[in-house]
Design a protein around this ligand. Structure first.
Ligand code: GRE
Ligand code: ZN
Length: 327
């Protein structure tokens, strides 16, 4: 399919390539990977052309800004990442848009940077890589806490989607899997971490305090669609600490949007589609952690959807969600 739009399409700046090394080093040639994630011109555009991706909404790699302990440095790195994206958008306005990196260490600074990115740079949303560390390494701040309500109000006022992207959990929070490092990483831990954060948002009353928020998660919903029925069923008996006035599934269906990033598989897709409906699903690749070609080869050919639905999930849903100036 030509004309696809992807919005979990990562880039990096030299300041943020370091922590990605551990992941790329597991499988790929790190030098080649680094070249790909830093490149915003020929190579990336060539892969996009080859796989029928017309437009990529760029985002800074994980954990990126979220693992920087010093708040001033986080503000500076987010800004530099965003300026680098803005430069690429300027060079290739029909191929790229920006998703803001945000210094969540300081919710006011994060809101200010988002507003700057949307209003001055024309960015279409934000991508944040999970909880933030701050001041000391063993900190994990999640955004359901009251200190972030005003930040969320800014997101809602700007009316842009907020993409909650994975990162690895802290060692102190992963004691039960410390002797199995792969369980902390992308095969499992990323999803558990991000799914948990998404559920914290749902269960915190956030979506009642701040109306009209749109949150995006990738990897076909970080396990949540598969388990949504059971969670609501069990919470009839066990909902201590839950602060929503409606069932979990209500908030998830109302406020969350789900992408195919890094999860190119029919039966998982079928489940997400059945639970959420075609209006809530979107194509994304997760380049360069995945190959655009693999994402597209699967998406373009899966028989789970009709060609009409392919166009919707691969393109028009994203145009609507991000209010892109495209047909
Ligand atoms: C990602 O950003 O999506 C990612 C990583 C590391 C490994 C796999 C992966 O940051 O998908
Ligand atoms: Zn990703």
């Amino acid at each position: 399919m030509k004309g696809k739009i992807g919005f979990e399409e990562h880039m990096a700046i030299p300041e943020t390539t370091g922590e990605t090394k551990d992941f790329a080093g597991e499988s790929a040639n790190f030098n080649e990977f680094t070249r790909e994630i830093l490149d915003l011109d020929e190579t990336r555009l060539k892969y996009m052309d080859q796989s029928g991706i017309e437009m990529a909404l760029l985002s800074l790699n994980a954990p990126g800004v979220q693992s920087i302990l010093d708040t001033d440095e986080a503000i500076e790195v987010a800004r530099k990442g965003n300026e680098t994206m803005a430069g690429a958008v300027e060079r290739h306005p029909t191929r790229y848009c920006g998703m803001a990196a945000l210094p969540m260490q300081d919710p006011v600074a994060a809101a200010t940077e988002l507003e700057r990115c949307v209003k001055e740079l024309g960015f279409k949303g934000a991508m944040v890589n999970g909880f933030t560390q701050k001041d000391t390494p063993d900190t994990a701040i999640y955004y359901d806490i009251p200190e972030y309500r005003e930040f969320w109000q800014t997101v809602a006022d700007l009316d842009v989607p907020f993409y909650l992207h994975p990162r690895m959990g802290l060692p102190s929070q992963s004691k039960n899997i410390m002797d199995h490092p792969w369980l902390r990483s992308s095969p499992w831990g990323f999803t558990v971490e991000t799914g948990t954060h998404a559920l914290r948002l749902c269960g915190s009353g956030l979506f009642e305090d701040v109306k009209h928020l749109k949150v995006v998660i990738g990897h076909l919903g970080e396990f949540i669609p598969y388990n949504l029925w059971r969670m609501d069923a069990r919470m009839v008996f066990s909902s201590r600490g839950y602060r929503g006035s409606k069932p979990l599934g209500h908030y998830f269906r109302e406020h969350f949007h789900v992408t195919t990033s890094g999860n190119f598989h029919d039966s998982t897709f079928r489940c997400a589609l059945e639970e959420l409906g075609k209006d809530r699903l979107y194509f994304c690749s997760d380049y360069p952690f995945e190959r655009m070609e693999d994402a597209s080869e699967w998406f373009d050919n899966t028989t789970v959807i009709t060609d009409e639905e392919r166009l919707q999930i691969g393109r028009t849903n994203a145009i609507e969600l991000f209010k892109l100036d495209m047909d």
